[in-house]
Design a protein around this ligand. Sequence first.
Ligand code: OAD
Length: 239
Amino acid sequence: MYQRIVILTGAGISAESGLQTFRAADGLWEQHNIEDVATPEGYQRDPLLVERFYNSRLSQFSDHSIKPNLAHLALAKLTREFDGQVLLVTQNIDDLHEQAGSTWVHHMHGELHKGRCPITQQTFAMTHPFGEHSVCTCCLPAQKLRPHVVWFGEIPIGMPAIHQALAQCDLFIAIGTSGTVYPAAGFVDEANFAGAQTLSINIDAISSDSLFQYHLKGKASEMVPLVVDKILAHQRVGE
Ligand code: OAD
């Protein structure tokens, strides 16, 4: 049935694992100022504030109660068992897809468990919280690592490969994302243009101006396993 699938996930897929989304009433952007904690200018102005923000998220991610849910597990099954190509793109900086067993995940907004050298752009696994002691080993003198996350005003990671996959896909599914942040919000347009089926899965109803051909309203943990089973059974997902 399908041969080339692109999946995009957003904060909604991790919500049932206990991680806050950004734009809910109790979301991260209600409690923090984007300009202060998620822009290069904010980091230049007050690096300690930005480090405190990401350190508190890092410690939240390390909480043992935060585990992949059935949606992450179903997508890992899809990447293992589907006999065509699947590109799993996430806007999330958590590692719940990897914990679920997905081996290749395209983190277009970066990964919080990594720090990046500001000179060479080399990334390092974070063994300490961000601060004085989180430094690179690629430069002399060693440089302070910045969070390996994409801030507003920066270009997301690996866009050419994503655009190419979208131009060739026959199914595009967006899961748990509000579709408010570009370029990810424009992926549905690219997939429609490529002639793909486009499906959105969200706990909320779809807006009237949505470009998706199909919408499944419900929790990701309930909807994604059903959709994955359909794909693996060579059935169309939209009908
Ligand atoms: P948002 O917080 O904007 O949207 C989360 C979406 O998930 C909403 O549409 C919810 O309705 C939906 N949702 C919540 N719980 C769900 C569930 N259990 N099942 C299905 N859907 C559910 O998060 P994102 O769209 O991921 O970027 O935000 C995109 C980007 O904006 C983030 O990557 C981040 C943020 O600013 C950067 O920091 C660069």
